[in-house]
Design a protein around this ligand. Structure first.
Ligand SMILES: *Cc1c(COP(=O)(O)O)cnc(C)c1O
Length: 391
């Protein structure tokens, strides 16, 4: 029932507004309904054997799941997209789809913590060895490739310390050896970085963040190039993956406004980052859209924008002072996750999750700049710096 729109050259704003909507010949309503389904009834026995029968069982797809994956595939330029019950499930299913016992995986040292735990847990148990590489390795990744290296996983920028990877150089090195490439693109989303257009085989997102955008649902997305689509779809099906209809609907609803929300996150976060750069309490701001950031040149070359998540290093200071600063913030909630409409703050803990690259040694504070007025956020942080100083 969703209308397929073949033109893939439209802008992201137009795609998220028009794709994945019901055919007006079927219904006058703007939105695809939330279809709750396990059993699908067939017209007759012959229909149960007909490969052309569109819907066969709840887990195998519904109009709601199709509407969501249609929009995502068009945004990503993908051969096909699958949605999972969380971002981490997107990571695990994608890796399980391309790796087998005896294979070797190259994983960025800046990866999301639970991604690393999956490598050290399930993958290790099934005989897949992981080597972590410096996110800034670029073309030198070629030196880490072994005869059994099967996949290279990137995340750019890293969601704690914001290293920007030289994706084209890494993809070129991997492609030269026939190695599958994956990227966790949660930070940029396809609005600001299009992995498949850069030759990456699998683009993942924790849709929990900017796709849903309202901190009220969890979902993951796996967008696939033709090269891997059949393998990923097979594994997803074999693992019994599907996602609840309400969460898929919330993701689809979130997608409708994702580009306009991101534009505001981008602008407001940069305003706050520039203000932080001027503060004497701040040693360094980790935001690739700032010219002072070491990743700026690559970010400018490859990305169309930046989202609302970045961090800053404080000058060395007692933990109690940092706690006083953060605990007293009125507009920044203390919490994990990000990508919602609201601002958040966390104190970054890199213990045990860096083994192949240098990590900041000063305290790192991560902010998600939400959709509030940045002037109010700056005033809140300003008061926080008074508490940091003991005032
Ligand atoms: C949150 C996050 C994930 C995992 O998403 P969940 O929906 O929480 O499972 C994966 N990668 C990155 C970069 C994230 O920030």
């Amino acid at each position: 029932m969703s209308k397929s729109i073949p033109n893939r050259n439209r802008s992201v704003e137009t795609i998220v507004t028009h794709s994945g909507r019901p055919d007006p010949r079927d219904t006058p309503f703007v939105n695809t309904p939330v279809v709750r389904a396990s059993t699908v009834l067939f017209e007759n026995l012959a229909a149960t054997k007909n490969p052309g029968t569109k819907y066969v069982y709840g887990r195998r797809g519904t109009p709601t799941s199709e509407a969501l994956t249609d929009v995502l595939s068009e945004l990503e330029g993908a051969a096909g997209t699958l949605v999972t019950p969380s971002g981490l499930a997107a990571v695990s299913i994608a890796l399980l789809s391309v790796l087998s016992t005896g294979d070797h995986l190259l994983m960025t040292d800046s990866a999301y913590g639970p991604t690393r735990l999956f490598c050290e847990g399930v993958l290790k148990r099934y005989g897949v060895e992981t080597t972590y590489y410096d996110p800034l390795i670029g073309a030198d990744i070629a030196g880490l490739i072994r005869p059994n290296t099967r996949a290279v996983f990137m995340e750019s920028p890293g969601s704690l310390t914001f290293e920007v990877q030289d994706v084209p150089a890494i993809v070129a090195a991997a492609k030269a050896r026939g190695i599958v490439t994956l990227i966790d693109n949660t930070w940029a989303t396809p609005v600001y970085f299009k992995p498949l257009a850069h030759g990456i085989d699998i683009a993942l997102m924790a849709g929990t963040k900017y796709v849903v955008g309202h901190s009220d649902a969890m979902i993951g997305t796996i967008a696939c190039a033709e090269s891997v689509w059949a393998a990923v779809k097979r594994t997803y099906g074999d693992m019994g993956m599907f996602t609840g209809p309400d969460d898929m609907y919330l993701a689809l609803r979130g997608l409708r406004t994702m580009p306009v929300r991101l534009a505001r996150h981008f602008e407001s976060a940069l305003t706050v980052a520039r203000w932080l750069e001027q503060r004497s309490e701040v040693a360094r701001v980790l935001h690739p859209a700032l010219p002072s950031d070491p990743g700026h040149a690559i970010w400018k070359r490859d990305f169309g924008g930046a989202s609302g998540l970045f961090a800053f290093e404080l000058q060395p200071v007692a933990h109690e002072r940092i706690a006083a600063m953060i605990d007293g913030l009125e507009l920044f909630g203390i919490g994990y996750s990000w990508g919602g409409f609201e601002s958040l703050v966390t104190l970054v803990d890199l213990k045990g999750i860096r083994t192949a690259s240098a990590a900041p040694t000063r305290p790192v504070v991560r902010l998600h700049v939400g959709l509030e007025d940045p002037a109010d956020l700056i005033a809140d942080l300003d008061a926080g710096f008074s508490r940091l100083a003991g005032g």
